[in-house]
Ligand binder design. Structure first.
Ligand SMILES: Nc1ncnc2c1ncn2[C@@H]1O[C@H](COP(=O)(O)OP(=O)(O)O)[C@@H](O)[C@H]1O
Ligand SMILES: [Mg+2]
Length: 383
């Protein structure tokens, strides 16, 4: 190993010294923390390649530390090894349930620990495709965002996915991240038998790609859909790691992964944003939505998301609305596309057929195909 950063968390000084000396001698760059709180602070300052944590500690124990790391999109992927003198099956299962990758009993068998660390770091490094040096792992991720609901975000996500698939060049998957009130399946008249909520209950590491594929349901356009959740109360089952791993897997199977996000910067949405090759921001032409959109754009700017990879769409969901030149001034940016008001949108939704298929000659359908083309330009496949 060459200088991989390992954070070791334990409240007992002797063990900290012993283990960190051993790890340093084996080539790891080791830092230590004495409890979960201190560990969290250190990880947020600079994320390590792996965390080894004790379970019983004052202030914040290893279970809580693991729970917090897994709930945050920035730290959810960091491998975690738990070390504990607590060997009861219940403790071990709690460790895994909180998201530990390995649970090793104390006293620690160093050879075992060393082997596990090596495997975990290798696997972690392989998932870090977002970094500049690492090769890309699969298809492009296109995230559809909006600041306020009812602006046609889902309509545009679904229709762009369908239009991209209709080229027959691209394999397209659609992920519905509206966990509580997802309606992408409805717009395609699909009734998925399994959703991300079911998938989240599976052991991800052990899941092979063929089993994963059974969670997808194919539309006649060729788009394959992974639904977020069946009923609102199960939404909380869909953890941040479950979303990250699902997107990884969708990328392996597609040229484009189109993601329909809820009107929120939830940790799940931020996890999708982390890997998004392009972002489409959808706004209606009315003040409440325009204000929310502006705030969305500001968040993207704060997160240093590259502006050239964003597509700003104004969707005229009603006959009235603010004029385009006023909207440009308000955003200090011209919209890339304007979708005209088209009553046939509701007709298409009610019939469970995407507008681009049902009324391909309608004004809105044309712009939706333009949007698909813009996506292909902003995030070319096979890059
Ligand atoms: N260009 C449009 N013209 C007319 N109605 C539209 C247009 N785009 C979307 N709609 C309608 O607006 C409603 C909200 O769309 P939806 O995609 O569910 O919004 P969101 O995902 O932003 O909540 C739907 O009834 C849809 O048919
Ligand atoms: Mg929606």
């Amino acid at each position: 190993m060459a200088g991989e950063r390992v954070l070791f968390v334990d409240d007992e000084e002797q063990i900290r010294k012993l283990l960190s000396t051993w790890l340093t001698r084996h080539g790891y760059a080791v830092t230590v923390a004495t409890d979960g709180w201190e560990a969290l602070k250190a990880i947020r300052a600079k994320a390590p390649d792996l965390v080894i944590t004790d379970v019983n500690m004052p202030n914040m124990n290893g279970f809580e530390l693991t729970r917090r790391l897994r709930a945050d999109h920035r730290t959810a992927r960091i491998p975690i090894v738990m070390l504990s003198a607590r060997k009861q099956a219940d403790d071990v299962l709690t460790g895994y349930a909180e998201g530990a990758d390995e649970y090793i009993p104390k006293p620690v068998e160093m050879a075992v620990l060393s082997a596990k660390i090596e495997v975990l770091i290798k696997r972690f490094r392989a998932t870090q495709g977002g970094s500049e040096s690492a090769p890309k792992r699969g298809g492009n991720v296109i995230l559809f965002l909006h600041g306020k609901g009812g602006v046609g975000c889902t309509t545009l996500a679904v229709n762009s996915a369908v239009a991209l698939a209709a080229t027959t060049i691209y394999r397209v998957t659609l992920l519905d991240l509206n966990l509580e009130f997802g309606n992408a399946p409805m717009l395609l008249n699909l009734t998925p038998e399994r959703t991300l909520a079911d998938l989240a209950e599976e052991n991800h590491e052990a899941l092979d790609q063929a089993t994963f594929s059974r969670y997808l349901i194919q539309d006649r356009s060729g788009v394959r859909l992974l639904a977020g959740c069946d009923i609102p109360e199960r939404a909380e089952l869909v953890t941040v790691p479950a979303v990250q791993q699902s997107i990884d897997r969708l990328q392996q199977e597609s040229d484009y992964v189109v993601i329909d996000a809820p009107a929120s910067f939830s940790q799940q949405v931020l996890a999708a944003l982390d890997v998004a090759d392009g972002v489409v921001i959808v706004s209606a032409a009315h003040l409440p939505s325009l204000k929310a959109t502006k705030e969305c754009l500001e968040v993207l700017e704060k997160l240093a998301y590259p502006k050239e990879r964003t597509v700003l769409v104004v969707n005229r969901t009603s006959e009235s609305g603010v004029e385009m030149d006023q909207i440009s001034r308000f955003f200090n940016r011209k919209a890339d596309l304007v979708v005209p008001y088209t009553p046939a949108c509701d007709d298409a939704a009610d019939r469970g057929r995407p507008l681009t298929m049902l009324h391909p000659d309608s004004a809105a359908a044309k712009v939706m195909r333009d949007l698909a083309a813009q996506i292909a330009v902003a995030a070319p496949a096979g890059r």
